[in-house]
Design a protein around this ligand. Structure first.
Ligand SMILES: Cc1cc2nc3c(=O)[nH]c(=O)nc-3n(C[C@H](O)[C@H](O)[C@H](O)COP(=O)(O)OP(=O)(O)OC[C@H]3O[C@@H](n4cnc5c(N)ncnc54)[C@H](O)[C@@H]3O)c2cc1C
Length: 685
């Protein structure tokens, strides 16, 4: 018989241990699949981030912990419950199937920073060991940056640490960062404790909602005394490179944002077609998935008939009992419902203090902290870990925390960034550090000239466009500013990585050189009269009316083809439910759609004529607003190699008002140049 366990956390380890103890290896093969080859002891992640213990003390290698269990470091991609098989990537990346007699799904939750715009790009999650290690490196780097900074505002920005969410992990990580940074200021000359700010942002009126009010108040007071600012009843609504935006519109600046809220169920659970409650699988009291006899998951508590809270305390006991229930099933005995009352709560708040609720007792302060450490030391899975952690903790009490870090070179990295409408991505005159590709949204290129200090929009870029190449290739500051027109998401390549790519890949180098020539100020400097004519010409004076028929996202392909055939220009606009411009459709788009449909598998195509434009077109087209200059519109068309642009009422009201055609602009310029010529000749005669 083969039992497959998916996951390698608290629940999976207890399940494997107990099942191995009860069933002989000759009768039952136990295979445990986990993405990593170790178990992470989550309660100690904050200590790793705060440099009070080393990372390896909070990890336990699975195969050393689980003798007699086959431990596989592989990611399970799918569970086929009807065929009793799992699909996983093997060492060569090939998808492999494996039969099981029983499967246990214990793959925990995943962090989901996507619930607040910009968090994925700019905040640290706090769930896996990589998060804690990266955060620790980053915090120490900010102290080094602050030491090197001569600008007091920038220095304070480096030393502002923002933690979103004041549940257990938020409170613990805030306490640890506060302790690490404040206790380390004595090693730096350029800043002091008073320059450091650690802020906990929490949407409720109390931190630690799970613990008793008295302990909560104690924790709050002590953390405030230690220098942590609490922003309660406050929600973060966006994160950017500069910090976070709060719901009242205020911006809280800081170089470090940790987001401890937002989790989602694992993708393999999302893909399972079983009864679910708020995304989690529904199980019977014995922990078998409803309607199945050989698939186990770890959820409901018969103590209160509610889903168990997502804590290690519950996961461990559920893992143990699921194993015992499986043994009962094999012996033909009745299974037992999972029944457990939480023993208590422990939370460290930094500064050698904690709050604890255990078996009805409530303790706070140093004694609670000793208890917290004692309980977790005892709960660590192996003796070697216990000794290691005890030594690290003893070291931490006597000696200062370790401030060494590995310098990762940002210039060699690919990162992602989020900007709100109106945010500057870079400003004219700043040094170029990254090459950016627009993944979502639209930006405007602004330039101030010798004649006017008021920046003017000189072009608009949209999804798929790029910028930053000219300054990087010319090794000079930016000649223009770039500002987000809408919400913008960018992929950004550091300067060193960009140089390597641009010099190694000939097609990329050619593309970039052409873009530099096309966009350079020289292009327009060679055409000064045309430039000033375009600058003065209003878009309204050249506007073509809206097409007779506006398409919507629900228009079918058949209707769209008919509308294109009837249109004189072959340039159609697609609007959304609020009549805002959503997309454009011309004959080129039609060819792309046909090409895409042609390569799709025949059985996946369905009735092609009834496909909706909303599913066929990418949306998010490049456009200009009536208030933009014709020069900006021309530069935008030139840059995109397109011959027309949709025009909207204004940036704030993107309902389409007409179309602007490149040939009409050229004709107007020629016409005006002709008039100028005639004026000159008249003046000369
Ligand atoms: C920072 C932090 C502090 C915490 N502090 C406490 C505390 O003090 N007390 C407490 O009781 N609880 C605490 N918790 C909660 C506790 O850690 C979790 O509830 C517990 O880990 C859940 O156990 P689990 O076995 O269900 O899942 P996890 O421990 O999350 O383990 C799931 C495992 O499955 C693996 N996995 C996922 N998908 C796949 C796949 N497709 N293929 C293969 N492997 C996969 C993952 O890599 C992971 O190793 C804390 C959590 C965090 C994040």
């Amino acid at each position: 018989m083969r039992v497959v366990i998916v996951g390698g956390g608290f629940a999976a380890v207890q399940f494997a241990k107990n099942l191995r103890r009860k069933l002989d290896a000759s009768k039952c093969e136990i295979l445990l699949f986990n993405r990593e080859n170790h178990m992470v002891f989550h309660p100690l992640l904050a200590d790793v981030a705060g440099a009070s213990i080393n990372a390896d003390a909070a990890l336990a290698p699975l195969r050393q912990m689980l003798p007699g269990v086959g431990c596989r470091t592989e990611r399970v991609q799918r569970i086929d419950l009807s065929a009793s098989e799992i699909e996983f990537d093997d060492a060569n990346g090939a998808l492999t199937r494996l039969h099981y007699d029983h499967v246990v799904i214990a793959c925990g939750a995943e962090s989901n920073l996507g619930i607040i715009p910009g968090m994925t790009e700019h905040a640290f999650a706090f769930k896996v060991m990589r998060d804690a290690l990266d955060l620790r490196q980053h915090v120490v780097r900010q102290m080094e940056n602050a030491e090197a900074s001569s600008d007091p505002d920038r220095r304070r920005w480096y030393l502002n640490f923002i933690i979103v969410g004041a549940g257990f992990s938020g409170v613990e990580v805030a306490g640890e960062i506060n302790e690490l940074v404040r206790s380390s200021t004595r090693f730096y000359r350029n800043f002091q404790k008073s320059d450091v700010a650690v802020t906990l942002v929490h949407s409720q009126d109390q931190i630690l909602p799970e613990v008793a009010p008295k302990l909560r108040e104690f924790a709050q007071k002590r953390m405030q005394k230690a220098g942590i600012t609490m922003l309660l009843n406050t929600r973060a609504v966006a994160a950017t490179h500069e910090g976070i935006q709060l719901q009242d519109g205020r911006m809280l600046g800081g170089a470090t944002v940790v987001c401890t809220i937002g989790t989602t169920v694992s993708p393999i659970v999302q893909r399972l077609d079983v009864p679910k409650e708020r995304g989690r699988m529904r199980t019977g009291p014995d922990m078998r998935i409803e309607g199945l006899t050989n698939a186990w998951a770890i959820i409901v508590n018969a103590f209160d008939n509610k889903p168990s809270p997502p804590t290690g305390q519950f996961a461990e006991r559920q893992g143990r009992q699921a194993a015992l229930n499986l043994v009962r099933v094999l012996k033909g005995e009745p299974t037992q419902p999972f029944h457990f009352k939480a023993l208590g709560q422990l939370c460290s708040i930094g500064g050698y203090e904690a709050v604890a609720e255990m078996l009805g007792m409530r303790i706070s302060g140093f004694l609670a902290w000793l208890m917290w450490r004692g309980v977790y030391l005892f709960k660590l899975p192996t003796w070697s870990r216990r000794i290691k952690v005890a030594l690290d903790w003893a070291w931490d009490v006597i000696f200062p925390r370790d401030l060494s870090f590995l310098n990762t070179d940002a210039a060699k990295q690919l990162t992602h960034a989020y900007y709100r409408p109106g945010d500057f991505i870079h400003r004219q005159g700043e040094l170029a550090q990254v090459f950016s590709v627009i993944e979502e949204g639209e930006v405007e290129i602004l330039q101030t000239t010798e004649q006017s200090s008021e920046p003017k929009v000189v072009a608009v870029l949209a999804k798929g466009d790029f910028f930053g190449e000219a300054a990087l290739m010319g090794n000079r500051p930016h000649e223009t500013s770039i500002r987000a027109r809408t919400v913008v998401r960018l992929a950004q390549i550091g300067s060193a990585l960009f140089s390597q790519m641009a010099s190694s890949f000939a097609p990329l180098r050619d593309l970039l050189s052409k873009a530099v020539t096309r966009r350079s100020g020289d292009f327009w400097r060679r055409l000064p009269t045309a430039k000033s004519l375009l600058d003065r010409e209003s878009i309204a004076s050249l506007l073509d009316p809206l097409p007779a028929k506006l398409l919507t996202k629900d228009t079918t392909l058949a209707d769209a083809v008919r509308a294109l055939a009837e249109s004189a220009t072959g340039e159609l606009l697609v609007i959304d439910e609020k009549e805002r411009l959503w997309g454009t459709l011309d004959r080129d788009d039609l060819y792309h759609i046909i090409a895409r449909i042609a390569v799709a598998p025949t059985n996946a195509r369905g009735d092609v004529t009834q496909h909706k434009l909303g599913d066929l077109l990418p949306g998010n087209p490049v456009y200009v607003a009536l208030e933009d200059s014709t020069l900006a519109a021309s530069a935008t068309m030139l840059d995109h190699g397109i011959s027309w642009l949709p025009v909207v009422r204004s940036e704030d009201d993107p309902r389409p008002v007409g179309r602007l055609r490149g040939d009409k602009i050229s004709y107007r310029v020629i016409e005006k140049l002709g008039h100028l010529e005639m004026d000159h000749s008249r003046a000369a005669s």
